[in-house]
Design a protein around this ligand. Structure first.
Ligand SMILES: Cc1cc2nc3c(=O)[nH]c(=O)nc-3n(C[C@H](O)[C@H](O)[C@H](O)COP(=O)(O)O)c2cc1C
Length: 234
């Protein structure tokens, strides 16, 4: 797999895992991907607690409101934020918004890297925060944002529906739609590419028509020649 859009589109939430060991090499690559995510002011106010012991995974699954299936994942990585670090620079907006966005960007990188390594993953946001903090001795100033379950998938998850692009995009202002975004944006390259494609289609159709006609003509000529041959009975 190499095309980034292909990786993005084929990633799925996986909740059923085969109990199989994941190498540290793979786990570290997943966390390394997180480390390269953008963050407000490049403050990188995140930490990753890697949990792989069965009893601890089970306790975390329980804290995630009894999502017991996730305890079968090879690892559960608890992504924690340090909001104060961002608040110092950006105030309340930093603490409340950037902190969450930073961790979300890191988490998405993790899910994509896991998928590219052939691993399934699940982003768990629903859990008892205090319980998770106690279980992992997370200090008061840090906040667990998500539990990321990573493991070898034991299911073929169906793709949940997505809204079509045109229902999500406005042009220049809220609710302003465009019939042809390429024209609206004066995107000559796209318009020319479309024209080239339709011309190619027309040429293909025309060539097919000519070939069919030539075949018909050849068959007709062959028929005439057969008819002109002297009969063997004479
Ligand atoms: C912020 C956030 C929190 C989520 N929390 C949970 C969760 O607690 N439990 C769960 O099973 N899935 C959770 N998910 C996964 C979503 O249910 C899943 O991404 C969504 O249904 C789309 O499916 P897909 O990931 O296969 O595209 C969460 C996803 C996000 C982004």
């Amino acid at each position: 797999m190499s095309d980034i859009l292909e990786i993005i589109k084929s990633r799925r939430t996986v909740k059923h895992f085969v109990p199989k060991f994941i190498s540290w090499d793979k786990i570290s690559r997943v966390i390394d991907a997180a480390r390269h995510a953008p963050s407000s002011g490049n403050l990188q106010n995140w930490k990753f607690v890697v949990c792989w012991e069965p009893a601890q995974k089970e306790a975390l699954a329980k804290a995630a409101y009894e999502e017991h299936e996730i305890s079968m994942a090879g690892v559960l990585i608890v992504v924690c934020a340090e909001p104060e670090k961002v608040e110092r620079y950006y105030g309340l907006r930093g603490e409340r918004l950037y902190t969450v966005q930073n961790c979300a960007a890191a988490i998405q990188n993790m899910l994509l890297e896991a998928h590219s390594l052939g691993l399934g993953s699940c982003w768990i946001g629903a859990f008892d925060e205090d319980e998770v903090k106690t279980l992992l001795s997370i200090p008061a100033e840090a906040r667990p944002q998500a539990i990321i379950a990573i493991g070898y998938s034991d299911e073929v998850a169906e793709k949940p529906p997505r809204y079509p692009l045109e229902t999500l995009v406005y042009f220049s202002k809220w609710r302003s739609k465009s019939r042809d975004p390429a024209k609206y944006m004066n995107d000559v390259a796209t318009i020319l590419a479309r024209k080239a494609e339709s011309t190619q289609e027309m040429m293909k159709e025309a060539a097919g028509f000519v070939v069919d006609k030539a075949k018909e003509k050849a068959a007709e000529t062959r028929g005439k020649k057969e008819a002109e041959k002297p009969s063997e009975n004479l």
